[in-house]
Design a protein around this ligand. Structure first.
Ligand code: FNR
Length: 210
């Protein structure tokens, strides 16, 4: 998204960054149609500033991880998921908590993405949100997911965290958020993600120049 221009003639070295389009992909940790985490992901997309877009990915055809299958080549659904993440400026994951941890299908997809030196989450800015009908809003899944993503050297956004408890009371039948406090937290996190993404991209450009 940020284009780096290098000016070296005469004066001291300096760099400038050109504002550009920001392409963000969304991954919902739940595959069900009426997922409240998908509603939360859509809310995150609504909170992005002009010039940033959210593309919610369909990844339900990713097969069960099997090294024997990998040895024969990436399955098409895995290759598509990896390339879409690679092209994106940032990733937003909204996920439920299953049995105090990461839903198995989501962990399985991340395991596929994690293979190889060219794994696309390397240095990729990632924001995590979670929603549950219970009171804690997925507090436990977020720390498990954060741990996995940190191991993959993703640039996981630290704060603000967004846990949406009693989430079924905060979205209407059309999936629209009816709770201004929730909307405010998500807005703050999306603002932070955009700043974080710009900073990460500037750091990576400077590393290439160093
Ligand atoms: C759950 N649920 C759940 N909730 C929670 O707060 N902590 C948990 O550990 C679990 N564990 C759990 C396991 C399994 C297998 C299921 C199916 C569900 C409830 C879960 O938060 C609820 O079903 C959400 O609505 C699921 O998110 P989506 O599908 O609405 O996005």
């Amino acid at each position: 998204m940020a284009g780096l221009l290098r000016h070296a003639g005469g004066g001291p070295f300096f760099v400038t960054f050109k504002e550009a389009f920001m392409d963000i992909v969304g991954i919902c940790g739940s595959l069900r149609g009426q997922s409240i985490n998908r509603m939360l992901l859509n809310l995150a997309g609504d909170c992005l500033p002009a010039g940033a877009t959210l593309d919610v990915l369909a990844w339900d055809e990713v097969p069960a991880f099997n090294s024997d299958v990998l040895a024969k080549g990436l399955p098409p659904a895995v290759a598509t998921l990896r390339e879409r993440i690679r092209r994106a400026d940032a990733v937003i994951i909204a996920t439920p908590e299953y049995n105090f941890s990461i839903p198995g299908m989501l962990k399985n997809a991340i395991d596929w993405v994690s293979r190889g030196d060219d794994q696309p989450l390397l240095n990729k800015p990632v924001a995590i949100l979670s929603a549950t009908p219970g009171p804690l809003g997925g507090a436990r899944v977020q720390y498990d997911l954060r741990k996995v993503l940190l191991f993959m050297n993703a640039a996981v956004l630290v704060k603000p965290e967004v846990f949406v408890g009693f989430a079924h009371q905060k979205f209407d039948a059309e999936g629209q958020c009816t709770d201004s406090t929730t909307r405010g937290f998500v807005q703050s996190q999306m603002d932070a993600l955009v700043r974080h993404t710009k900073l990460q991209q500037q750091l990576q450009q400077l590393q290439k120049l160093a």
